[in-house]
Design a binder for this molecule. Structure first.
Ligand code: AMP
Length: 426
């Protein structure tokens, strides 16, 4: 599929897509939209950044627009479940954008904020409801809505939903739905737990998969810097002295760590903020708005908080701490290579993180080039890098590490972008 016009979407939807500036469907859209328009159930394996939201949102809007009518009070016709508030809010924004030429109403409900406006919106009636599981159940229990008129049920980021402990809530919600419905489940990964959830919810689903994660990884220019734990903050502010790092998403492992890093940057005069689960909803939204508008240059986030955040033009992702799950690494760096763009990912690796780096490199099936040209380089970590039990590597992959011995492809890429990494030198 090469053009949106080839997909049988209603004209007002095609117009909205053109307004967004999309010209070609992404692979996951090309594969998902036709079966969804036919009413099939669908199991999608795709992560954020693949265009998965439009993959389920466009056919949904098409179906609802066919016989829109006035929405019923407290009885949505479509339900989209998302694990986090940010993702729910983003899906809500996407629906509004893609549905801007349609007369459809949608609402987003999530916890951590007053339920009164949400209850009001439901009473007035919405066609599509986007929700996080906890708040949705609360509203159902208080009889502010029923799910028996739901024709389309979409579960986004199912793996994260289970990771966050929402399985019982999801089952309760699914039990309240009518049997006669179309069901769509998207997940970045497909462990057994997600597969068994899918088996229980979907009927004869079409299975579609986005290009494997390696494709996203391919588009990101990755680097690793070996540094002692207590020098990471100094190294970070040093990097940020380079103005090429325009819109930077920084990852830490803990909420506390995120706050500390943001504070350090703030003290260095760098406009920054932190976003994590302990922050009030409006503080998170404010930080995101600031980051989107460019007012905040560096946003420090934990994995869960950053999941699903869709900010265009992230020039750099910095892993202040490496994640212990290689998949999180792929998710993180994917933030800087959204929908075809390229980006740069810089990882700090201290002595204790070598094993994480090794697992990551195994997963992405490539070695991350090392930058040694910075004032805090720890040669010892580089020396011990990536070996099974911390033994030094000998006679193994001579291409490892520094620029001069990198593979051809990598050299070519470096020469196209000399400035971005040049700023790292002391
Ligand atoms: P998602 O994977 O749904 O989070 O989407 C990732 C990003 O890709 C979002 O910023 C979308 O606006 C953008 N996007 C989605 N579909 C397309 C498309 N067909 N062409 C260009 N950008 C797109």
């Amino acid at each position: 599929m090469t053009e949106f016009s080839g997909l049988k979407l209603a004209q007002p939807i095609l117009r909205a897509i053109a307004d967004e500036g999309y010209t070609t469907p992404t692979p996951i859209q090309g594969k998902s939209i036709p079966p969804l328009l036919k009413g099939r159930d669908l199991l999608g394996v795709a992560q954020t950044g693949t265009g998965k939201t439009a993959a389920f949102a466009l056919p949904l809007l098409h179906r609802l627009a066919e016989n829109a009518g006035k929405p019923f009070s407290r009885q949505p016709r479509a339900l989209i479940l998302a694990p986090t508030r940010e993702l729910a809010a983003q899906i809500g924004d996407s629906l509004r954008s893609y549905g801007r030429h349609l007369r459809l109403r949608s609402a987003v409900v999530f916890g951590g904020t007053s339920s009164r406006p949400q209850i009001r919106a439901l009473a007035q009636g919405v066609h599509v409801l986007v929700a996080t599981p906890g708040r949705l159940l609360d509203l159902m229990n208080q009889r502010h809505l029923r799910l028996d008129a739901v024709e389309v049920f979409i579960l986004d980021e199912a793996d994260r939903m289970l990771d966050m402990g929402f399985i019982r809530d999801v089952r309760k919600i699914a039990a309240a739905l009518s049997q006669r419905r179309q069901t769509v489940l998207f997940s970045a990964t497909m462990p057994k737990s997600v597969q068994s959830l899918a088996d229980g919810l979907l009927r004869d689903p079409v299975r579609v998969e986005a290009a494997p994660a390696a494709t996203t990884v391919e588009k990101v220019d990755q680097r690793v810097l070996f540094v002692a734990k207590d020098k990471k903050r100094a190294l970070l502010s040093k990097l940020l002295a380079d103005k090429d790092l325009e819109r930077v998403l920084i990852f830490t492992r803990t909420k506390h760590g995120a706050d500390r890093v943001a504070k350090h940057l703030h003290n260095c005069g760098i406009r920054s903020d932190a976003i994590h689960g302990n922050k009030a909803q409006n503080a998170r939204q404010r930080a995101l708005r600031g980051f989107r508008s460019g007012h905040i240059r560096a946003l420090v986030a934990t994995d869960i908080a950053a999941r699903g955040i869709d900010v265009e033009g992230v020039t750099h992702v910095i892993n202040f701490e490496l994640p212990n799950e290689p998949e999180s690494y792929v998710h993180r760096i994917g933030r800087t290579a959204r929908a075809g763009a390229t980006g740069i990912a810089i990882s700090f690796c201290d002595h204790d993180e070598r094993a994480y780096l090794r697992d990551i490199e195994k997963t992405i099936r490539q070695q991350v080039p090392v930058i040694e040209d910075h004032p805090y380089h720890v040669a010892e970590i580089a020396h011990y890098r990536g070996t099974a039990k911390g033994r030094p590597q000998r006679n193994k992959r001579p291409s490892q590490g520094k620029g001069p011995s990198q593979g051809k492809g990598q050299r070519r890429r470096n020469s196209r972008r000399p400035r971005r990494t040049a700023g790292l030198a002391a």
